[in-house]
Ligand binder design. Structure first.
Ligand code: SF4
Ligand code: SF4
Ligand code: SF4
Length: 272
């Protein structure tokens, strides 16, 4: 039973959020939304425990497609960072603000960058590309994330300052255009740097929230030093260049871990 503790815990966390928001906001949507995401994530973790090879991809598609197609395109909620700024400026604690608070700001204190491994609709597409593990060394381009972060904030602030009418409609179109741009840039970078996750490492503005919060993550991969034979396999299969054999929070690229479990699967000594 102990091995099923993680999916049960994940489901319980999401159900707690679902019920709390449903009752406090008096809106059944929150119960459906967070229950669906919790069940999808718990299912993925369960499949992983059962050694199903594509467990992570199943949950990534279930959640990513739901958010992109249902929430983004059908319900016209801008769930990108611009949507977060928009709702923040309007003072409405709804949709994108709640999504950011749960998945990208406070949630990472518990499940780190789990969002990036199991739910993000940008990475959902990038993970289909051929460079699952980086074929070239990491570049010092992480500063770009701060530029895209600032640009998204300035863009939304400018709309408010200029008193632009019908911002709701504009936010919907910015969601479409923003996503198309993310996909184009992400795919070009993946091929240029031979690394599917190059966009995540250098460009994604959300990592400005994700990285510092996931530093304190409760759920993280740890290495049993007694079993480890320093073969280096775990580092070679890691899509995010994490030195997972170092148990300290300051380990190399520690705030990049997306909990994909590739390292644990490849460790010959079951040390992770
Ligand atoms: S870093 Fe950004 S693009 Fe990459 S998975 Fe995380 S949220 Fe998605
Ligand atoms: S391979 Fe391991 S260390 Fe690297 S991102 Fe996946 S879970 Fe994290
Ligand atoms: S793959 Fe396992 S044994 Fe090899 S270095 Fe990593 S943790 Fe140690």
């Amino acid at each position: 039973m102990r091995k099923y503790l993680l999916p049960i815990m994940m489901l319980a966390i999401f159900e707690a959020v679902a019920v709390t928001l449903w009752l406090t906001k008096d809106n059944l949507f929150y119960l459906f939304n967070f229950s669906y995401i919790g069940i999808a994530i718990a299912l993925g973790v369960f499949l992983f425990i059962k050694n199903y090879k594509h467990a992570r991809r199943v949950v990534q598609l279930l959640v990513g497609l739901y958010m992109l197609v249902y929430l983004g395109l059908i319900s016209q909620e801008n769930m990108q960072i611009e949507g977060f700024w928009y709702y923040l400026f309007t003072g409405v604690f709804e949709a994108a603000t709640i999504h950011y608070a749960v998945a990208k700001i406070f949630g990472p204190l518990i499940f780190g960058r789990g969002w990036c491994g199991y739910a993000c609709w940008t990475a959902m597409v990038l993970d289909f590309l051929p460079y699952k593990t980086p074929k070239e060394p990491r570049r010092k381009l992480g500063f770009i994330r701060y530029i895209t972060f600032a640009a998204s904030l300035i863009f939304v602030a400018a709309l408010f300052l200029a008193h632009v009418g019908n911002i709701e409609k504009l936010m919907f179109w910015s969601f479409i255009i923003g996503n198309v741009l993310y996909y184009i840039v992400g795919i070009i970078l993946a091929y240029a740097f031979k690394d599917n996750r190059a966009f995540c490492k250098y460009i994604c503005p959300i990592t400005v929230f994700l990285k510092p919060m996931s530093y304190f993550a409760l759920i993280r991969i740890k290495c049993d030093k007694e079993k480890c034979i320093s073969c280096g396999k775990c580092k070679r299969v890691c899509p995010m260049d994490v030195d997972v054999t170092d148990n300290s929070r300051k380990r190399e690229n520690g705030t990049e871990c997306i909990l994909c479990m590739e390292c644990t699967k490849s460790c010959p000594k079951k040390a992770l």
